[in-house]
Design a protein around this ligand. Structure first.
Ligand code: ZN
Length: 96
């Protein structure tokens, strides 16, 4: 066992990074997809680096193939909301 620097690939633009913050979408036990706010969930996940990349990945159906599950329209709405919230939280810095 060793420490692995996990590289993350944005499924929207294909950029690979282990440093930049990427936003994680995970497959739920119910077989749908959900935004993973902690980014530390276990199991299958897909990463995007921005809202634009989320939109691109959604348009091309990349979440479904990355997560190997169907993604419902409701799930996409929730993921987008979570993503926007996470991004605006980052922009605000530490303020709660
Ligand atoms: Zn991207």
């Amino acid at each position: 066992m060793g420490v692995v620097m996990r590289q993350r690939t944005c499924i929207g633009c294909g950029k690979v990074s282990s440093k930049q913050r990427m936003f994680r979408v995970a497959r739920t036990p119910q077989g749908d997809a959900a935004f993973d706010e902690t980014g530390r969930g276990t199991g299958r996940g897909a990463y995007v680096c921005s809202v634009a990349c989320f939109a691109e990945a959604r348009k091309k159906g990349r979440f479904a193939s990355a997560l190997r599950c169907k993604v419902s329209p409701e799930a996409y709405v929730r993921i987008e909301e979570g993503l926007k919230r996470a991004i605006s939280t980052e922009a605000d810095g530490c303020e709660g």
